[in-house]
Design a protein around this ligand. Structure first.
Ligand code: XMP
Length: 511
């Protein structure tokens, strides 16, 4: 997707949020590209962007392994916005004494930032709540720079600028949804300061996804795993009209699906013309293999192993040369596969060695964007009443005890009941994701006249735009009571917990 003139270069210094900068720019209507520090100068010289953004990153600016950012980008005459580590680099490069480690712990979480007069902050209030995540900060402002934002009674420098050199920098993260600026800072920078044009259009993007995939596939045949989730199913629907018989969709019944999932997917496939085959003979193999361990990463590894095996067989059966994956930017970031970001969880379908060429047409996109694509295609039923669901499915929702058919059945039914209650109260569509998991700690309870020693269910409801960060979606007392009442009817469920912890630190799923 790089044929169009890309106006904004994002240099990736390894932040979990780098893709979010790109997503926010897309949301505002700008095309951008993410490039590693090493390749950035060459790219910039050839492509002449109107704007450069230096992302955040996880390392300290004075460490030896600081990505080698070419100083020559400062001489290109292109406005630069440094974010977090990007700001520290801009300060450090002008004054080696500019940076200092924060003495008492890292600054992590919301901060109230006071803004001064600057083109960067046009149309913003004098104070905003912003998201901060850093261990170092700029202590000494290099000559020629002005402080344009502070926090903590002016003790922390939150933003600086040197308009003469076209340099702006913020310590907090304007790209994430926790910063209450509705992307105004990025818009001010890209549009007002850099003069970038808004030419990102969803329709063109779908055509580009199709054309690029067709080109990569050439004369080959592709398979795609359709899970019933928004991503893979939408992708199959996008590609079916252009690839026709060259695309074969498979749904693997892993034993970890939600209630009625397979029937729903068959219906959607029929409507969208997707050439779908349901493969259900490997269910027990998945349960046996994943059930060998209670460790989250080992379970995922076992799941991946069987998943890979099944797909290798499926691929052989239709002489496939390519595997199309509905992997999103979030999956790649969290698996440590996007740019320089650190590993958080192994995703079941990232980097699977199937002996096929992998195509990941959605790897630049975030969930809410794919949901918009689904809407474009009239696939509302994928969205309405269907929250996202992970590939390993209910296997991730049995925590602390080995999975078994019996436990899978308990969480499947619990998941269904919670969803039905939330739907009845018109809450289901307001919640980004509901996770109903079985906690494998036995606790004591009384049912009727007898003692029971049984399981607990935890219900986690979250709101988010992109799943890189989430906030708890708080359920009120009446809803909690109704859910608890429904779940404890099961003879082996003794307690129900509710979890509204934000991410970070708690990931959306428990495993
Ligand atoms: P986390 O738990 O990482 O989840 O905050 C973010 C989103 O990703 C989904 N998820 C997965 N999806 N395979 C998937 O297809 C996986 O292995 C996987 N792990 C998490 C999760 O349900 C949430 O929507």
């Amino acid at each position: 997707m790089q044929d169009r003139a890309i106006q904004i270069l994002i240099i990736d210094l390894g932040s979990q949020y780098t893709q979010i900068i790109r997503r926010s720019l897309r949301y505002l209507g700008f095309h951008s590209i993410i490039i590693s520090p090493e390749k950035s100068l060459e790219w910039a010289k050839i492509n002449k962007p109107k704007s450069i953004i230096l992302s955040g990153g996880t390392i300290n600016i004075s460490d030896a392994d600081t990505p080698e950012i070419p100083k020559e980008i400062l001489g290109l005459g292109v406005p630069i916005l440094g974010i977090c580590l990007g700001m520290q680099w801009l300060a450090y490069i002008h004054d080696k004494n500019a940076i200092q480690a924060i003495k008492e712990g890292k600054s992590y979480g919301p901060v109230e930032v006071s803004l001064s007069e600057s083109r960067l902050f046009k149309n913003l209030a004098k104070k905003i709540s912003a998201w901060s995540s850093h261990g170092d900060s700029v202590k000494n402002v290099p000559a020629g720079f002005d402080i344009i934002a502070t926090s903590n009674n002016k003790k922390v420098i939150e933003a600086i600028e040197c308009a003469d050199k076209k340099l702006w920098a913020v310590q907090f993260h304007p790209e994430v949804e926790q910063t209450e600026d509705e992307n105004i800072i990025l818009n001010n920078f890209a549009s007002d300061i850099c003069g970038c044009v808004k030419d990102y259009d969803k329709k063109n993007v779908i055509e580009e996804i199709r054309a690029n995939t067709k080109k990569i596939l050439g004369s080959g045949t592709a398979i795609i795993g359709v899970s019933g989730g928004v991503d893979s199913t939408t992708l199959a629907a996008i590609l079916t009209p252009i690839l026709g018989d060259k695309l074969k969709a498979f749904m693997i019944d892993t034993g970890g699906m939600r209630k009625d999932e397979i029937e729903k997917v068959k219906k959607i496939a029929k409507k969208s013309g997707i050439n779908l085959e349901v493969v259900d003979k490997y269910k027990n193999k998945f349960i046996e293999s994943v059930g060998q361990s209670i460790d989250a990463e080992k379970k995922r590894a076992h799941f991946r192993e069987v998943y890979g095996e099944v797909f290798r067989e499926v691929a052989r059966s239709c002489n496939a040369t390519h595997m199309i994956q509905g992997t999103l930017a979030t999956d790649l970031i969290e698996s440590g596969n996007a740019g320089n970001s650190a590993l958080i969880k192994t995703h079941h379908n990232v980097d699977l060695d199937l002996g096929l060429t992998e195509i990941m047409p959605l790897s630049d996109f975030f969930k809410f964007e794919v949901r918009e694509f689904a809407r474009e295609f009239g696939l509302e039923e994928l969205l309405a009443g269907r929250q996202p669901f992970p590939g390993p499915g209910l296997y991730l929702r049995i925590v602390g005890v080995p999975v078994s058919s019996e436990l899978l059945e308990i969480v499947r039914e619990a998941d269904y009941e919670v969803a039905e209650i939330l739907k009845k109260h018109n809450l289901y569509d307001k919640i980004a994701q509901t996770i109903v998991a079985l906690l494998g700690v036995n606790t004591v309870g009384v049912k009727g006249d007898g003692r029971v020693y049984g399981y607990s269910i935890v219900v986690r409801t979250v709101e988010t735009v992109d799943f890189m960060t989430v906030k708890g979606f708080y359920l009120n007392k009446e809803i909690c009571e109704e859910i608890t009442g429904a779940l404890i009817k099961h003879p082996k469920i003794v307690r129900v917990f509710y979890d509204f912890t934000p991410k970070p630190p708690a990931t959306t799923e428990f495993e």
